[in-house]
Design a protein around this ligand. Structure first.
Ligand code: NAD
Length: 297
């Protein structure tokens, strides 16, 4: 089985690395955080003292880092950029959500050294990472996609090839911008119904079966008590943080600006989530936007 270096073992990367181990890959893990490294070690990963040590001789290098500057810093900058260590036949799979321009430029730098690089951001959150059911949205060549697929299948259920380098990141922010709009609209509609005497569960069921039906109503109802397992019924804990949604909406605004694509609904959703964060809700699940409309949510 192939050897995989895994860099970035946070909320997402930790369980993803554990699923690679379960599938039989040998995983050499590195994170700047000693706690994250300890957790990876107890999952069964071999831990490395640096990203360079983890990547040396590996067949695949996977990264799951916070933002574009971390990805560029790891592969292309610093005393020993990782591209100077990675063997030419290896494939880099960056699963972080970052800006498409960084994904494209880092891929181009890898290419000059004969190292393949794909952007492969994910959808599905921490629960999907733990269950091995993530959706991967890959940007890269056909050959690179074919090389990455068996590895991604150990961590996910749906593996899409969006297009060339950077296309995975563009598709990811299109999806999350739409999600933010759907969630904001769902909160707005439920609040209006409740303010007019409707039961939120009854109204949700009506809209779910009607033309307003959408993902938030189907699996992630934002009104407390309507869906037992949704974050709304657990004090908006867990799930997908408002802070992360705002990060993705910022990336969407960059794509919009760089391509002159008008996004009035996405801009409105970004303002709503930013207002909600300004009221101290950045760490709550994004469906807590309901609180902006409804005092008792
Ligand atoms: P996290 O903050 O929990 O984990 C990031 C990890 O990277 C941390 O452990 C940090 O120590 C480590 N790190 C940072 N720079 C490093 C470096 N140079 N070398 C080694 N380790 C380094 O974040 P997360 O929630 O796991 O998210 C990771 C990425 O996945 C982000 O880009 C995020 O937008 C994306 N994402 C997150 C979710 C989610 O629900 N959490 C869902 C989809 C996508």
């Amino acid at each position: 089985m192939a050897t995989i270096a895994f860099i970035g073992l946070g909320n997402m990367g930790g369980p993803m690395a554990a699923n690679l181990l379960k599938a039989g890959f040998s995983v050499r893990a590195f994170d700047r955080s000693p706690d994250a490294l300890d957790a990876a070690k107890s999952d069964g990963c071999e831990v490395a003292f640096s990203a360079q040590e983890a990547a040396d001789g590996a067949d695949f290098v996977i990264s799951m880092l916070p933002a574009g500057r971390h990805v560029r810093g790891l592969y292309a900058e610093g005393d020993t950029p990782l591209f100077e260590v990675i063997k030419p036949s290896a494939l880099v799979i960056d699963c972080s959500t970052i800006d498409a321009d960084t994904a494209r430029s880092v891929a181009a730098e890898g290419e000059t050294l004969g190292i393949g690089f794909v952007d492969a951001p994910v959808s599905g959150g921490v629960a999907g990472a733990q269950a091995g059911t993530l959706t991967f949205i890959v940007g890269g060549s056909d050959a690179q996609f074919a090389q990455a697929k068996p590895v991604l299948e150990a961590m996910g259920k749906n593996i899409f090839h969006a297009g060339g380098h950077g296309a995975g990141q563009v598709a990811k922010v299109c999806n999350n911008m739409l999600l933010s709009i759907l969630m904001a609209g769902t909160c707005e509609a439920i609040n209006m119904g409740v303010k007019n005497g409707l039961d939120p569960a009854v109204l949700s069921e009506i809209m779910k079966q009607s033309s307003g039906g959408n993902w938030a109503l189907n699996v992630y109802n934002p009104y407390p008590g309507v869906m037992d397992n949704a974050p709304a019924s657990k004090g908006y804990q867990g799930g997908f943080q408002v802070d992360l949604m705002i990060k993705d909406l910022g990336l969407a605004m960059d794509v919009s600006q760089n391509s002159a694509s008008p996004v009035p609904m996405g801009s409105a959703a970004r303002s709503l989530f930013t207002l909600h964060k300004a009221k101290g809700n950045g760490k709550l699940d994004f469906s807590s936007l309901m609180k902006l409309y409804h005092d008792e949510a």
